[in-house]
Design a protein around this ligand. Structure first.
Ligand code: C5P
Length: 227
């Protein structure tokens, strides 16, 4: 079998990372969650005082971008790496609403995208990679052998995200999560630079009515045709 690159793009909270992790494990590939990278930069902007409530001071972030170092480090107890911001593991800070409600504003900036896309392309140099995000099949790996575009209804996506979040953030409401999912889709799809868009050669999967196992089996079949 040959090693390929697998690009998984789609709307927010479609379960891209769940299936990407399963594929990476099965194939013994590297898994990269690019959303975590945009989230880490957003966390950096928050920590650096570049936000006034939800309003980003772009100059502030851009002037500090050179001192942002993002990398994935392999963890002892799991296959996938975790994201480090300037040598600090930030996984536990980047999934909450504070970051989710600001990340799409940060991800609009071309300078931020350029920096992160370079890191992503480097990680995929030797193939054998599963990467999930918004622009993987269109911008990061336009030559990926397999491109999947995942979607599901906003309500179902918000329900899934809410069920995950409510264990950690007791005060978060379903309405708030639904609004955030819709808002990010809107910003991500309509931005000028690398908008969320299905690549012409991507295969669309609507998983509204698929169990995680059914979805994995479907995608694994597609993988087997390529390797
Ligand atoms: O995948 P996740 O939902 O964690 O991504 C968070 C946000 O990061 C997205 O809503 C989007 O604004 C941004 N993003 C992006 N390009 C990627 C991955 C994520 O713009 N490749």
């Amino acid at each position: 079998t040959k090693k390929i690159s697998i690009a998984i793009d789609g709307h927010s909270s479609t379960g891209k990372s769940t299936v990407a992790k399963q594929l990476a494990k099965k194939l013994n590939y590297i898994y990269v969650d690019t959303g975590a990278m945009y989230r880490a930069v957003t966390y950096f902007a928050l920590q650096s005082g570049c936000f006034n409530d939800v309003e980003l001071n772009e100059e502030c972030l851009l002037s500090k971008l050179n001192s942002v170092d993002i990398e994935f480090r392999k963890q002892a107890n799991q296959e996938q790496g975790e994201v480090y911001l300037n040598n600090k593991n930030v996984e536990e800070y980047i999934r909450d609403m504070q970051v989710s409600s600001r990340v799409s504003t940060v991800a609009k900036l071309p300078e931020v995208r350029k920096k992160l896309v370079e890191i992503q392309q480097k990680m995929g140099e030797n193939k054998g990679i599963v990467m999930d995000g918004r622009d993987i099949g269109t911008v990061v790996f336009p030559d990926a052998e397999l491109k999947i575009f995942m979607t599901a209804s906003a309500k179902i996506r918000a329900e899934r995200r809410y069920n995950e979040l409510k264990e950690k953030e007791a005060n978060v409401s379903f309405e708030e999560v639904l609004a955030n999912v819709k808002e990010r889709d809107e910003i991500d799809s309509n931005r000028t630079h690398s908008p969320l868009k299905m690549a012409d050669d991507a295969i669309k999967i609507d998983n509204s009515n698929l169990s995680p196992t059914e979805q994995f089996d479907q995608i694994m079949k597609l993988v087997e045709e390529k390797i």
